[in-house]
Design a protein around this ligand. Sequence first.
Ligand SMILES: Nc1nc2c(c(=O)[nH]1)N[C@H]1C(S)=C(S)[C@@H](COP(=O)(O)OP(=O)(O)OC[C@H]3O[C@@H](n4cnc5c(=O)[nH]c(N)nc54)[C@H](O)[C@@H]3O)O[C@H]1N2
Ligand SMILES: Nc1nc2c(c(=O)[nH]1)N[C@H]1C(S)=C(S)[C@@H](COP(=O)(O)OP(=O)(O)OC[C@H]3O[C@@H](n4cnc5c(=O)[nH]c(N)nc54)[C@H](O)[C@@H]3O)O[C@H]1N2
Ligand code: SF4
Ligand SMILES: [Mo]
Length: 694
Amino acid sequence: MEFHQNICPRNCYDTCSIVSTTHKGVLISVEGNPKHEYTLGKLCPKALDDVKKVYSPQRIRYPMRQRSRYSGFWERISWDEALTLISEKILDLKEQYGSTLPLALNKYSGNFGILHNAVDGLFRGIGATTRAVGSPCWSAGVEAQTLDFGTFFCSDPLDMAKAKLIWLWGVNPVWTAVHQMPIIFDAIDNGAKVVCFDTYFSATAARSHQFIQVRPGTDGLLALGFAKVLLEENLIDPDLGSYTLGHEEFLHYLKTEISLANCSEITGVSVSTIRELALEYGQIHPACIWAGFGLQRYTNGGQTLRAIDALGALAGHLGEQGGGVQYAQFETWRFSRAIQNPYHPSNRSSNADQTSIDLLTLNKQQPDRLLNINRFSEEALNCTDPPVKMLWISGRNPLSQDGNLQQWKKLINQLDLIVVSDLFHSKSSEAADLFLPITTHYEHWDLNAGYWHYWVGVNEPAILPVGESRSDLQIAWDVSSQLNKLKPGSCTFPTSGDEKETLLREINPQMLELLGLENSVDILKGPIRAKFPRTAWENQTFSTPSGRYEFFSAQAANAHFSPLPIFVPPLSPSSNAPLRLLTPHHYSTINSQAYALDTHKTQYVLHLAPELAQDYDLVAGELAQIWNDLGVLDVIIEPGFGILTDVVVIFQEHVAGNSPLNCLLGAPLTDMGQLTLGAPGLALNETFVNLRKL
Ligand SMILES: Nc1nc2c(c(=O)[nH]1)N[C@H]1C(S)=C(S)[C@@H](COP(=O)(O)OP(=O)(O)OC[C@H]3O[C@@H](n4cnc5c(=O)[nH]c(N)nc54)[C@H](O)[C@@H]3O)O[C@H]1N2
Ligand SMILES: Nc1nc2c(c(=O)[nH]1)N[C@H]1C(S)=C(S)[C@@H](COP(=O)(O)OP(=O)(O)OC[C@H]3O[C@@H](n4cnc5c(=O)[nH]c(N)nc54)[C@H](O)[C@@H]3O)O[C@H]1N2
Ligand code: SF4
Ligand SMILES: [Mo]
C-alpha cells in the first residue's frame, strides 16, 4: 500500500486535502486528510466517488475526433494526429487572417489547480488571442467588498466557531460547503443562534434556529432596514468615525430614504421581525454574517453586498473575532503565475526557444481580445475583424453552464475547429470536433489554494495516467512543440518540462513569505496554512484609498454607481413569464460535474408552492413544462414547503439526455464586476418562466 497527498480541485468552498491509497499502481481508496485543520479527515460524497470516476467506463481515455458535430460518432485518433490537426489549424488561421485573434479560449472552473492555467500560457505563447474574462460565479460580491474594504478576504472559517450569532445569508453550506457545518455546530454548542436568510426553505434553513424568507433580490433593502433600526435604537458603533469614511452620509440616507414599512412590503419580512433581528444583531457580539454567492446573482447583486457590509460596519462587527461579514478570499493565490506567461523570467531557464521569446516579447504589442465569459457567445459573434474561427474549451462546460445557449449554437456554426479537453463527454463536447482526454488529479502534479480557507498544498500523482490521458500542462507543452515543429518560432510556451519543477516555480518570494517557508520545495511536505491573520480586518485598517471602511466610495462613484450602498430593485417578471426561476447548486454535483455516474436522472424536478401547483391544476409527480422566449423544459412537479408562490426552483442536478436547464437562461449581468474582474458577473437568478400542464 502506498499513500499520496491529493487535493480536491473542484470549484468548491472547501478545497479538501485528500490522502489517496494505491496498491500495485491502482487507486483503491481516497479519504480526507486528518492532519488538515479544515478537512479533518472527512470528504464529501462527491470526492468519495473519485475512485469510481477515475476508472469509470465512461471516462474518455484516448484523443477522439467526431465525424460531424452532434453526431455522436467519435473515432479514436492518435495524439500525433490530434496535435497536428490543432497546430495546422492555428497556423492556417494565422496565415489567412494575419492575426492570431481568430483563436479563442474559454476556460474556467472544472479544475482550479494552478497548473491548469497552462492552456492560458500556451495561448499567450501563440500571440494575441480571444479570451474569456470575468466569472459566472462571484463577481458582484467580490467588487462590492473591494469597494468597501479595499480588497476582499474573510476570517479563517474556523473563527466562526466563536460567534454568538451567525447569519447565513444567501448561502447553503449544508450542500455547498459541508466542512463549515461542524464549525457552525460548534458555535451552536457554545450558545450561538443561527439564522438562515434564503428565498426558499433550503437544507441549511432546516438546520438553523430561524428561517427568514426574503423576496428574491431584495436582501440589500433588508440590510438597510436592519441598519435603520440600529440607527433608531442607538446601536451604532460609537467609534465609527475613527475607521470609516462617510458614515454620516450613510446615516442621512437611512434617515431620509429607508422606511421600515416599505422595507417590509418589498422584502416580505414583517416590521416586527426586522426589528427583533436588528436588535439581536446590534446587541450580540461577536456576530458573523456569511454572505453567500446566491444572493449576488442579481442585477443589483453588488449593491446588495455593499448594504450587508455597511450593516456589519455600522454595528461594529468588523474586525471582531468570530464576527464580521464573510464572503471569500483570494489572498492565498499570489503565485508567480509563470505558468500563464511564457515571458516570465523564470521560464527563461526552460527550453522554449530564447530567440523567439525575445522576438515575440517585442512584437507583442497587440493585446488579447477580451470577451465577458457570461456573454462569450454573443460577444464572439460580434467579433468580425477578424472573426473567431477556432475555440478551445478547457475546464469548462459552457453549453451546460452558460446562458444564451441559442447564441452558442450560432457561434458553433461559424467555427472551423472546436477542441474540448475533459474527462467525460459533456453538453459542450457534443458540439466539438476534437476531444482531448485529460488526467484526473490522481494522475498529475498540481498546486491548489482555496477561496474560503487559507490552506495551500501540493497535489501529487498517485497513479499513472489512465489510458492515453494527459494533463492540461502536458497538452500545452505538446501543442507548443508541434507548432514549433511545423513552424519554428510560432509558439513561445515551453515545449516540454517537468510538472513538479513547473509547480515549484509558482512559489515566488511572496508566497514563501505568506506560507512561512524557507524553500519552495518545503511545500512538497504537505498542505500548509498561510500566515494570515485569523480574523479579517482585525486592526480596522483597510486597503481602500482612504485606509478606512468606505460607506462612501469615490471609486464606486467614478464607476457610475451610487457612492453609498443603496437599494436598486431587481428585475420584475412579465405577464408572459410570471415566475422567477432559481437554479441553485445541488449536493450531488459540482456545477455540471456529476457524481454517482450510474444513477442518472432523466427529468428535472420543479419545486414549487402547493398553491401554485393548484393554480396550474398540477399534482405531485405529474409531467409539466416550463418555458420562456429562450427555451422549453420538461419537468416533474414537486410541490413543497417553504417556496414563494411566484418562484420556482430547479436544482442544478445532472439530468441525462435532456435539454440543459440553462436553455431558459439569458445572460442578464450583475451591476458590479467590471472594475475588479474585468467583466460584470452573471445575474442568473433574474430568469423568468411560464408553466403549463402537458
Ligand atoms: N455540492 C455543491 N457544492 C458546491 C457547488 C455545487 O455545484 N455543488 N458549486 C460551488 C460553486 S461554483 C459555488 S459558486 C458555490 C455556491 O454556493 P452558495 O454560496 O451556497 O450559493 P448558491 O448555492 O448559488 O445559493 C445559495 C442560496 O442562496 C439562495 N438565494 C437565491 N437567491 C436569493 C436571494 O435573493 N436572497 C437570499 N437571501 N438567498 C437567495 C438560494 O436559494 C440558495 O439556497 O458552491 C460551491 N460548492
Ligand atoms: N443554471 C445555473 N447555471 C450556472 C450556475 C447555477 O447556479 N445555475 N452556477 C454558475 C457558477 S457559480 C459557476 S462557477 C459555473 C461553473 O461552470 P464551469 O466552469 O463550466 O464548471 P464545471 O461544470 O464544474 O466544469 C466544467 C468542465 O470541466 C471539466 N474538468 C474537470 N477537471 C478538469 C481538468 O482537470 N481539466 C480540464 N480540461 N477539464 C476538467 C469537467 O469534467 C466539466 O465538464 O456555472 C455557472 N452556471
Ligand atoms: S467537492 Fe468540495 S467538499 Fe467535496 S471533497 Fe471536493 S472540496 Fe471537499
Ligand atoms: Mo461558482
